[in-house]
Design a protein around this ligand. Structure first.
Ligand SMILES: *Cc1c(COP(=O)(O)O)cnc(C)c1O
Length: 432
């Protein structure tokens, strides 16, 4: 597969180049040059195939020939060694649980897939790659876990001090080896700005092979397609039309679902469910796209003021506003509404949701009001114990900690505090 830059000022790239660079030299996001839709035969017989085989068929065209099929099979087996269950709440609403991986966030799949791709490319390579990543919470833990011990890769994670949950912080600051956590005096957008500045800094990029592990990286973005096709497979025989409500921050996850629709998977509609950070909802309303500083909410992994993948979404729908509106709705919810949704899910369905999943549930409900004939799947993107304080407080229960969480909670935090770009830069230069 060839990838082009959405800024259209850079040469095309192979999959390997796109993964290693992260962002194109003209600072554009990479986008696949052509896609071959699924065959009807594949779609009609999905339910007879294993998740593993479906994943291979879904992603193969995007990574071949840079990663040959045999190696890809190993990467997929390694990446997907946990479950993706659907829990049906009622006739119209189900949730797809994406939190059964090692850090209990849906980002595990993308992080593990990308780490293994880089590991594959680095097998015969002497130069270390530095993965630089800004996190609003869950990315850091998933990336740290996914990349731990991968040869030739040093991971540097920037996170906003005091703005991630205790468990999230433990998940990203308690690894050693090739993982470093930088604790930034600021908000997520400050972290993201510093990362962007580093990629633009020629003094740095001439000395270090920098890449990103945010969802702008094609190797993190594309494996998220698996969720939607797994859900489709599980629900296909029961429902005519399936729509997805995706709790969205940087819009990488939802954008992967949209690629799948481009490949021919019959997804009826997408609902971008947002907290107070509602740039896209406002855009769909006014046709004016105005990024803003992010505001802090209880669903902090979605506290994003300028979603980096939105440009890919516009590309998918041909930069046509009406076309986009036809496929995408977006709703925004306050923390108060999110909390009542968590209570409702518990009281009515005996389901414990985390705040992000609860936002997804609200989006599903609102969409069903205008479109009662669809079956709506909301993605539950994090295990509720990752937001322990909020969840226990809102629904007044004591949650049992799963093994994955217990194993980090008592570990010692280790982070390097920084407050300015200059400190990030000198740290990176000291590693080169
Ligand atoms: C990252 C994250 C999101 C947002 O995902 P995007 O792909 O950035 O839109 C939602 N929920 C949780 C729990 C997350 O960690």
């Amino acid at each position: 597969m060839t990838y082009y830059s959405l800024n259209r000022q850079a040469p095309d790239a192979t999959f390997e180049e796109a993964v290693v660079k992260g962002l194109a030299p003209d600072k554009g996001l990479y986008f696949p040059a052509s896609v071959t839709p699924f065959t009807n035969d594949f779609l009609n017989t999905l339910e007879n195939l294993s998740d593993h085989d479906i994943a291979i068929q879904t992603i193969k065209q995007f990574v071949l020939p840079d990663i040959p099929e045999k190696a890809l099979e190993e990467i997929i087996s390694d990446t997907l060694d946990f479950d993706f269950p659907i829990v049906k709440l009622n006739e119209n609403i189900s949730t797809l649980e994406l939190f059964h991986g090692p850090t209990m966030a849906f980002k595990d799949v993308g992080a593990r897939f990308m780490a293994r791709c880089l590991g594959y490319f680095n097998k015969h390579n002497e130069h270390e790659v530095t993965v630089l990543v800004a996190t609003s919470g869950d990315t850091g833990g998933a990336v740290a876990n996914g990349f731990l011990g991968v040869k030739g890769v040093h991971v540097v994670i920037l996170y906003p001090s005091g703005k991630v949950s205790n468990i999230q912080e433990k998940q990203l600051t308690t690894h050693q080896q090739n993982i470093t956590a930088l604790e930034v005096d600021g908000v997520f957008d400050d972290c993201q700005d510093m990362v962007k500045q580093a990629f633009l800094d020629e003094e740095l990029t001439s000395q270090l092979q920098l890449t990103s592990a945010n969802s702008i990286n094609v190797a993190r973005w594309l494996p998220q397609m698996f969720y939607f096709i797994f859900a489709y497979k599980r629900l296909k025989s029961h429902h005519k039309q399936i729509s997805f409500s995706i709790p969205s921050g940087n819009f990488g996850n939802i954008c992967a679902g949209m690629m799948l629709q481009k490949l021919g998977l019959p997804i009826h509609h997408f609902i971008a469910s947002n907290n107070a950070n509602n740039v896209v909802a406002q855009y769909l309303h006014s046709e004016i796209y105005s990024p803003k500083a992010s505001v802090q909410t209880i669903s902090n992994a979605m506290d994003v003021g300028n979603p980096s993948n939105f440009i890919r979404i516009q590309e998918i729908y041909g930069n046509d506003f009406q076309n986009l509106k036809h496929h995408l709705s977006s709703f925004s919810y306050s923390d108060t509404m999110t909390k009542s949704a968590m209570r409702e899910l518990y009281d009515v369905y005996n389901y414990v949701a985390d705040p992000h999943g609860a936002v997804g549930y609200l989006g599903a409900k609102d969409y069903l009001k205008i479109n009662p004939d669809t079956h709506c799947v909301f993605l539950e993107t994090a295990h509720p114990t990752k937001f322990l304080d909020v969840v226990e407080d809102v629904i007044d229960i004591k949650l049992e900690l799963p093994e994955q969480i217990k194993s980090v909670i008592d570990k010692e935090k280790s982070s390097i505090p920084i407050s300015h770009y200059a400190e990030l830069k000198s740290f990176l230069l000291s590693c080169s």
